[in-house]
Ligand binder design. Structure first.
Ligand code: HEC
Ligand code: HEC
Length: 512
């Protein structure tokens, strides 16, 4: 020891400091992890960053205009209460409901306790399952305590009878509310054996839930209900500048047409706000999202680093209903009403995630890994791998990510000249249904090239979930009249393989 001290004393001070400082930063935490120096949480919602983060609308004058930095940071941060699992009423443990009533609310968010990266990821997982709405945006207490509702939506459950898409939130003693709009509500998958894949494309009929009441015998919608439905449709999906104003038209067709639209949304796709109940997008698999350059099927949000992911999460947990699009406001509010000290109330828009909460959520989403793939490479899949290369799939779905991370123009989109410098574009249209990316508030004119990883545990496929079986995707009959429920156009690759080759290609895709 003496020797070491003697040697060190001969070193100049600057060298000594540079040796000691990293040691301090790497001091041991109580839990045996290391403190990776103080984590710097990026400030997410700055006027400067918000200006260029999203791609423009194909009609640029209707591009999203987010609320100002001042408004954003004046909103209250979300309070995160402890939440509890929701059981199917027939599987609820004895006395559970009464026990929930007896609980005091408990705030469970305390970033001062997070030391290691794992602490942040764990906190992010808790937030992932934390509902941001307890006012009944989709699920209500009555619904989830009614066994008929579970039958109606064919709700997938875990082996314990837990409905994993929501949680009970205790916001006050005796105030037990079922929550809505946690990430897990749409990004949790229950596999056929009841196991869960968190972050994967969700698989319950969220939009069908909203119309359960309409099936009650003798139910007659009154004029108040129809008016509030019109408001809701506009808030969620209105984009009156779109060609033919599809949502304006739907609302004018009346109650039954609206109910029918909600009922027709395929499981695995959701009428997320800003998209469309008529062209509802697939809930993407979040496993692997860290490597994707664009977020949303149209690539609306750029993804250049963790700040962009944090922006995406902040925006999409309903802040986007406060956007202006030209002079259009989804909530029908005048611009002057957007003042920092009087926040607007609409499903989770009156509060916001703190930057720390966004950081934790992003870290968690980045940490997701796929479950072990049961489909091991075989002679058949090896043959499929060759077909995958021969058919040119690799140009767009390039290994190892199985996407070249580029945007393709939708059929009929004329790419503005300046986009070639700003964005990564692969200038070939695959010709799928362009409605989502032309006629919604999230429209960009593009579809991004999705990764093909994890195809085995997800589906339905394509941006609109129109393909339920991979075999069908490579069957040219799907292009023609007579395909049920309707022909599916576009993406005419690998369409004319013989049956053996098609089987081999699908076998290969299922190993990814
Ligand atoms: C109501 C359902 C719903 C909820 C709640 C929800 N999402 Fe999503 N999410 C979607 C849908 C649908 C899309 C596709 C949107 C599109 O393409 O327009 C999506 C897209 C995404 C994407 C873009 C991924 C990609 O590859 O393009 C990310 C990241 C994401 N969600 C993360 C989250 C997180 C984190 C939360 C919680 C804070 C959350 N989502 C809550 C349904 C939901
Ligand atoms: C020119 C680029 C391009 C080529 C070549 C291409 N794809 Fe695609 N692929 C896309 C785009 C873009 C989409 C998304 C389209 C949409 O959602 O509307 C897609 C979607 C898919 C999907 C659905 C993925 C999901 O998550 O829903 C599969 C599966 C797929 N492609 C497989 C293939 C195979 C196999 C080949 C070769 C036979 C191939 N692709 C060739 C661009 C391409």
């Amino acid at each position: 020891m003496k020797e070491i001290v003697k040697k060190l004393s001969k070193l100049p001070n600057w060298l000594l400091l540079s040796l000691i400082l990293p040691l301090l930063a790497l001091s041991l935490s109580e839990k045996g992890g290391y403190i990776l120096s103080k984590i710097e949480i990026p400030k997410v919602w700055t006027d400067e960053a918000m200006k260029t983060w999203e791609l423009p609308n194909p009609k640029p004058e209707y591009s999203p205009q987010p609320v100002s930095e001042e408004y954003y940071y004046a909103m209250a941060e979300r309070t995160i209460y402890r939440s509890y699992p929701v059981y199917h009423p027939d599987h609820e443990p004895e006395g559970y409901w009464e026990w929930l009533q007896s609980l005091e609310p408990e705030v469970v968010w305390d970033p001062s306790k997070f030391i290691t990266e794992e602490d942040w990821i764990k906190a992010g997982e808790m937030l992932f399952d934390h509902p941001i709405d307890t006012l009944g945006a989709i699920l209500t207490n009555d619904l989830v305590r009614n066994p008929d509702f579970y039958d109606y939506v064919e709700m997938p459950l875990t082996p314990e009878g837990i409905m994993p898409f929501s949680r009970w939130v205790v916001t006050g003693k005796g105030r037990v509310r079922v929550g809505n709009l946690s990430c897990g509500m749409c990004h949790t998958r229950v596999m056929p054996d009841g196991s869960l894949i968190k972050g994967a494309q969700g698989n319950w009929a969220g939009d069908k839930a909203s119309v359960f009441f309409a099936t009650e015998e003798g139910f007659e919608p009154d004029s108040d209900l129809i008016r509030s439905m019109g408001f809701l449709m506009n808030a969620l999906f209105g984009s009156p500048w779109s060609d033919g104003d599809p949502h304006g038209k739907l609302v004018s067709q009346g109650f039954d047409a609206i109910v029918n639209a909600f009922q027709s949304v395929p499981i695995g796709t959701f009428g997320r706000q800003g998209t469309s109940i008529l062209f509802a997008p697939q809930a993407p698999d979040l496993i692997g999202v860290k490597d994707r350059k664009y977020l949303d099927h149209g690539g609306l949000g750029q993804h250049r680093g963790i700040e962009d992911m944090m922006r995406y999460i902040a925006m999409n947990q309903t802040l986007d209903v406060l956007n202006f699009y030209g002079d259009f406001s989804p909530l029908g509010i005048p611009r002057e009403r957007l003042i920092p000290d009087r926040p607007i109330m609409f499903a989770g828009t009156h509060d916001r995630y703190s930057d720390e909460q966004l950081y934790a959520l992003a870290k968690y989403v980045y940490s997701l890994t796929p479950p072990e793939n049961p489909n091991k490479p075989s002679a058949l899949s090896e043959k499929g791998k060759i077909i995958f290369a021969e058919q040119g799939c690799v140009t767009c779905h390039t290994p190892p990510l199985f996407t070249n991370n580029k945007l393709t123009p939708a059929e009929g989109f004329e790419i503005p000249e300046d986009h070639y410098e700003k964005y990564d574009i692969f200038d070939v249209s695959v010709g799928t249904d362009p409605n989502y990316t032309f006629n919604t508030r999230r429209a960009t004119g593009y579809y991004k090239i999705p990764s093909l990883k994890g195809l085995w545990y997800r589906g339905p496929y394509l941006h609109d979930g129109s393909i339920s079986q991979l075999e069908d995707f490579f069957n040219h009959e799907r292009l023609q009249e007579g395909w049920s429920p309707k022909p599916i156009k576009g993406h005419e690759f690998g369409m004319y393989l013989n049956e053996g080759d098609r089987k081999a290609l699908v076998a290969y895709l299922l190993t990814l």
